[in-house]
Design a protein around this ligand. Structure first.
Ligand code: PLP
Length: 434
């Protein structure tokens, strides 16, 4: 059996059947914005490998940081031990996080950091004498990961409906409708206000992906919404969690997507681009008030502890990644990418199969009436040498933040090709996720 044959027969891929899986490509190496396949073909990674490869693939500084750390300490359990990469990374994150979010819990994936953030909110209220405040309010159209609490707070009509039986019931407010840059419509937050005020005695926290609902909706919404969210949380004693895993680290322009709102959360999650997409790591950052309230209650200990918590190789990679974020003017890069996406994608809006074109920062989205066929998608990928991973009704790109103008032009051509293609067959359920 060849590598690809074995893979096809025995290995699950994300959101795929193992009996009749869609084709996969065999990646052998990567550098900058490009992946190299076993055939020698090169593909521009227009989704930065699910939005994490911010500085380009195999950045020498990050590879070197992992190599150097690997010679000293690859791993040690974080229960009973610490190490300098964890301490340095915690300090560096606190320095760039919203003011006051300087208590750090390292997690091994974005989903786990979201679970941790929600558990912190629940334990905060339990420690304050309100164990009945143990529910989370989330937004329709949101996505926070695939583990069980994350599924329970992601879009209730999205990709996880099959698992309703194992999910605990949480509360949902309507998807924000006031678009980014549109005049603020105060009625947009009325659903959230209603849900929180009706159930405030049960609510531990409100969570959202600030400004950019990514994996379920590709929805850019008004930062005003976040101000209302902060006000509503404060009025009802709920904590506010911003999940910056997808939108953080300059994806929408500023370092944190919520910066434009002028308000801060009580807990924030980061992941994906934290290590520049070199190795898995995420974190939940909490305020002193949250951390101390948990610690002052019973049992005092915060009850979570993954085996690979604060893995030293991942922390070293993240420190090197933060160095690159610090010395690179990503705001300028992202502003240019946004301009180029706007200019390149806007003309597609008039095509018959195109419902909407929207761009924010280094994220360009063409929403279609119906997705082209799998064969057309593969043809466009190979013809343009651009890796796209459309899902649901969205043909989109979130490229590495270092992508130059020529790379963006190639990505735009590949997206335009697909926007012109014939609509494909009726979608199957499995087409409705990232
Ligand atoms: C906003 C958001 N939160 C959480 C997650 C889950 O992160 P991970 O896939 O690392 O578990 C994702 C992944 O796409 C995400 O976009």
């Amino acid at each position: 059996m060849t590598t690809l044959e074995y893979d096809r027969a025995f290995i699950w891929h994300p959101y795929a059947s193992i009996k009749d899986p869609p084709p996969v490509r065999l990646a052998v190496s990567a550098s900058g914005t490009e992946l190299t396949l076993d055939t020698g073909a090169k593909l521009v990674d227009a989704v930065s490998s699910w939005w994490c490869v911010a500085h380009g693939h195999n950045r020498p500084e990050i590879v070197e940081a992992i190599r150097r750390q690997s010679e000293k300490l690859c791993h040690v359990m974080f229960g009973g031990f610490t190490h300098s990469p964890a301490v340095e990374l915690a300090q560096r994150l606190a320095a760039i996080a919203p003011k006051g979010l300087d208590r750090v819990f390292f997690a091994d994936s974005g989903s786990i950091s979201v679970e941790v953030a929600c558990k912190m909110a629940v334990q905060f209220h339990a420690s304050s004498g309100h164990p009945e405040r143990n529910k989370i309010v989330a937004l329709k159209g949101g996505y926070h990961g695939d583990t069980s609490l994350c599924m329970a707070i992601s879009d209730p009509d999205g990709m996880h409906t099959l698992f309703r039986g194992v999910m605990t019931k949480q509360f949902f407010a309507e998807k924000p409708a006031c678009g980014f840059g549109a005049d603020w419509d105060p009625s947009d937050a009325s659903s959230l206000e209603r849900v929180v005020s009706e159930h405030s005695g049960e609510i531990a926290a409100v969570i959202c992906e600030p400004v950019f609902q990514a994996a379920n909706a590709m929805n850019f919404y008004s930062p005003h919404y976040l101000r209302e969210m902060r006000r509503i949380c404060d009025e009802h004693g709920a904590l506010l969690i911003f999940d910056e895993i997808a939108a953080g680290f300059y994806r929408t322009g500023p370092r944190w997507a919520h910066e434009r709102s002028g308000v801060s959360p009580d807990i924030m999650t980061v992941g994906k681009a934290l290590t520049g997409g070199h190795i898995t790591l995420a974190a939940a950052l909490a305020s002193r008030r949250v951390a101390e309230t948990i610690s002052n209650g019973r049992p005092g200990a915060f009850m979570h502890g993954p085996t690979y918590m604060a893995n030293p190789l991942a922390c070293a990679a993240a420190i090197a990644s933060l160095d690159i974020f610090e010395k690179t003017d990503y705001s300028a890069n992202v502003a240019r990418i946004e301009r180029e996406f706007r200019e390149g994608l806007a003309p597609l809006a008039s095509l018959p199969n195109v419902r909407d074109v929207r761009v924010l920062g280094a994220a360009g989205v063409v929403e279609v009436e119906r997705m082209p066929s799998r064969a057309d998608i593969d043809r466009a990928i190979d013809a343009h040498g651009v890796w796209l991973r459309p899902f649901g009704n969205f043909i989109y790109s979130m490229p590495p933040l270092v992508s130059d103008s020529a790379t963006i032009r190639r990505i735009v051509s590949a997206i335009a090709d697909l926007a012109h293609a014939e609509p494909g067959p009726e979608p199957e359920d499995s087409d409705f996720h990232e």
